[in-house]
Design a protein around this ligand. Structure first.
Ligand code: GAR
Length: 228
């Protein structure tokens, strides 16, 4: 399956896709990396991996729709079948979402629907939550919303620096996001209303690790499969 990745920043999630592809557990080809920030470090990661890039400052466009149309044109040329938002910090316009309905995924560093938007980890810490985490979901028009595919939770010790919490969340993001895409590639994600159902694999799957680890303190559901 051909994938286009949209990013605005560091691109560590893009890197996770590249790595899982090289390890042979993600059967997808990243055909394009796009950004609204020409200085995004993620574009350098794409270059280093030989992935074509497209980057334009969105402020050079008169409106969101025009910018999204420009992206749509290059995405269509690339023949990408799935769009993966990996730290893409802009809302997508309605026509863009309609064009790829059910074929856009996003990752967000909170247990959605709590704490959508920027600075989610700090907002959750300020609120005093005891569990934080990350969510991969199909994209709907509202910010960071849509049917949930997989979530990972981590504890938030009182007074922990949110930077440390974010580091732990990132490590899990880099596992659950490629896993979610691989499930889609295998045709195993079925949408029923707001529920995303993970169907059985035709190949028996050996679980890499348990779906929770009390010592390193994380919980993932549905469980990760071998290689993730
Ligand atoms: C990730 O933590 C992702 O969850 C978040 O941006 C970061 C991008 O990191 N996305 C959002 O907040 C979406 N609302 P990366 O550029 O290193 O992949």
């Amino acid at each position: 399956m051909k994938i286009a990745v949209l990013l605005s920043g560091s691109g560590s999630n893009l890197q996770a896709f590249i790595d899982k592809q090289h390890e042979g557990v993600l059967n997808a080809e990243i055909v394009l990396a796009l950004s609204n920030n020409p200085d995004a470090y993620g574009l350098k990661r794409a270059d280093a991996a030989g992935i074509p890039t497209w980057a334009q400052d969105h402020r050079r466009y008169s409106c969101r729709e025009k910018f999204d149309q420009a992206m749509l044109a290059v995405i269509k040329k690339s023949e990408a079948e799935l769009i993966v938002l990996a730290g893409y910090m802009r809302l997508l316009s309605t026509p863009f979402i309609k064009e790829f309905e059910g074929r856009i995924m996003n990752i967000h560093p909170s247990l959605l629907p709590a704490f959508p938007g920027a600075k989610a980890v700090a907002a959750a810490a300020d609120y005093g939550v005891k569990l934080s985490g990350c969510t991969v979901h199909f994209v709907e028009e509202q910010l960071d919303s849509g049917p949930v595919i997989i979530q990972a939770a981590v504890p938030v010790p009182v007074a922990e620096d949110p930077k440390l919490t974010l580091e732990r969340i990132h490590r899990l993001e880099h596992r659950i996001y490629p896993q979610a895409v691989q499930w889609l590639v295998e045709g195993r994600l079925k949408l029923e209303g707001r529920q995303v159902i993970l169907t059985e694999s035709s190949q028996p799957k050996v679980f890499a690790r348990p779906d929770y680890d009390l010592n390193s303190q994380w919980l993932v559901f549905p469980p990760l499969e071998q290689g993730f």
